[in-house]
Design a protein around this ligand. Sequence first.
Ligand code: ZN
Length: 86
Amino acid sequence: MPKLTITRTVITTREVIRFYPSDEVNFGWCAVCRKEVFPLTLEQTAEALKVEVAEVYIRLAAGEIHLLDQSGGSLRICSAFLTTEP
Ligand SMILES: [Zn+2]
């Protein structure tokens, strides 16, 4: 009977996503992380997660990502998930 050899190759990659604000940024307070964080728009969050905007709402509802406490203005999301190491 012929001998079977199986070779397994694992490739690990790491992607760095940087967002550069065009204007002065007002950092937002995340009540869950208890720190000031860079505020992301819905679209930036979707891009970072590589999902559709609708999925961002689902993850917000599930508590996987956090909504920032900001008075007025549009929806901003906590960017702490970007710095979480696996
Ligand atoms: Zn947070």
